[in-house]
Design a protein around this ligand. Structure first.
Ligand code: S3P
Length: 429
């Protein structure tokens, strides 16, 4: 599907971003192995999270839809059963890696695959530490790519320092550790999103987080109802749209502002935006707030180091903001972007260049000159949901029409994205 976006006169309104993708995956997996029934409200009904639901159902967990959310009937610690077919994580790295950790601990055989993009992404990072825990797990291409074959069971705890700041890897090991003999100690080089740790705590797991070290003892989980907050990574598109469009005023309700995820607010405010955060509260163990953004003037900045995991999914969008900001922006330490749903460094640079931005590719980031006046062009999402949406936002400020090919990629995380864009664009003043 091709989507054409034109710059509207104004951009105004209120958005309820879809439920957080990371939290939705975890709510279904952890409640699926907990004792008892639970309700997951505002579950992200996007392709990625539905892939997790399908995998858990294939393993025998009953999951029903109910009033915009799900009811998960927990199978209990030893309640999963062998699936009678290959499991499919579709496009979802979170599904594949978290399921790998869970399956490594189950006393049966599993095979898990994904789409062409997921089958090209690195899996050795989960295979190696799970083997150290005693798992029998293999992958294609010298144990580095999916499909994965897992003959689980009989794990023991390990002490392990993550070689990359990856919440998917960390969560895979925590899931395996729940079933292992003895404690598992995980050290993170740089803090990554901590939704798994928070949810495990609310479900009664014996988990301790001290600085960069997490210790988890095996044990049962109790099912808990979870109200999933809106996804800050989806809200981020409107935050950038609001700042870079010259007549914008956008309110975003019920957005998760977990500090391991909220780097986009800090980056935009450092660049000169004025994002107002109100009504801060805790919901299901996660900080949540309402946000407001208005048109502003941005300046370039340097982005790297510990900030990167806090903005990892927002970097294509930051590159767009930097293209129209005054002055230079340098993004470094982000080579993980090359192994996301697509190579987000190369593809962001390629597509922004088509729109007239001045961007230069670095091995681990990019340099953006800034001050560009974007012009509409024929662009390509590369089948990557975040690039499709970033290009949609670029179209809101570019001169002339911007055409986005493979625009249906938004279904991976934000199926209503194009409707929300049309609605905000319809404002008359
Ligand atoms: C996610 C973690 C991040 C992020 C992805 C979702 C998660 O990946 O990019 O969109 O839910 O744990 P890594 O942990 O591999 O960096």
């Amino acid at each position: 599907m091709k989507q054409i976006v034109k710059a509207p006169y104004a951009l105004k309104g209120r958005i309820n971003p879809p439920g957080d993708k990371s939290i939705s995956h975890r709510a279904v997996i952890l409640n699926g192995i907990a004792a008892g029934d639970s309700r997951v409200g505002n579950f992200a009904q996007s392709a990625d999270c539905l892939a997790t639901v399908a995998c858990m159902r294939s393993l025998g967990v009953e999951i029903e839809s109910s009033k915009g959310g799900l009811v998960v009937r927990g199978a209990g610690e030893r309640g999963l059963k062998e699936a009678d077919d290959v499991l499919c994580a579709e496009n979802s790295g979170t599904t594949m890696r978290l399921m790998a950790g869970l399956l490594a601990a189950q006393p049966f055989l599993s095979v898990i695959t994904g789409d062409w993009s997921l089958r090209s992404r690195p899996m050795a990072r989960v295979i190696q530490p799970l083997r150290l825990m005693g798992a029998q797990i293999w992958g294609r291409s010298g144990d580095s790519r999916a499909p994965l074959v897992i003959k689980g069971g009989n794990l023991h705890g390990i002490s392990y320092t993550l070689p990359v700041a990856s919440a998917q890897l960390k969560s895979a090991l925590l899931l395996a550790a729940l079933f292992a003999e003895g404690d598992t100690v995980i050290k993170e080089p740089v803090a990554s999103r901590d939704h798994t740790e928070r949810m495990l705590k609310t479900m009664g797991a014996k988990i301790e987080v001290k600085g960069d070290t997490i210790t988890l003892s095996p044990g049962h989980l109790k099912a808990v109802d979870i109200a999933v907050p809106g996804d800050i990574s989806s809200a981020a598109f409107w935050l950038v749209a609001g700042v870079i469009h010259s007549r914008a005023n956008i309110r975003l309700s019920n957005v998760g502002i977990n500090p391991t995820r909220s780097g986009i607010i800090d980056v935009l405010n450092t660049m000169g935006a004025d994002i107002v955060v109100t009504n801060e509260r805790m919901v299901s163990g996660e900080p949540v707030a309402d946000l407001r953004v208005q048109s502003g003037q941005l300046s370039g900045m340097e982005i790297g180091g510990e900030l990167i995991p806090r903005v990892i999914d927002e970097i294509p969008l930051i590159a767009l903001a930097a293209s129209v900001a005054q002055g230079k922006t340098v993004i470094r330490d982000a080579k993980e972007l090359r192994v996301k749903e697509s190579d987000r460094i190369s593809n962001t640079v390629k597509e922004l260049l088509k729109l007239g931005a001045e961007v230069q590719e670095l091995p681990d980031g990019m340099i953006i000159k800034g001050g560009s006046k974007l012009r509409g062009a024929a662009c390509e999402s590369h089948g990557d949901h975040r690039l499709a949406m970033m290009l949609g936002i670029a179209g809101l400020v570019a001169e002339g029409g911007t055409e986005i090919d493979n625009a249906e990629a938004v279904n991976i995380s934000y199926p209503r994205f194009w409707q929300d864009l049309t609605r905000l664009s319809a404002a008359k003043s």
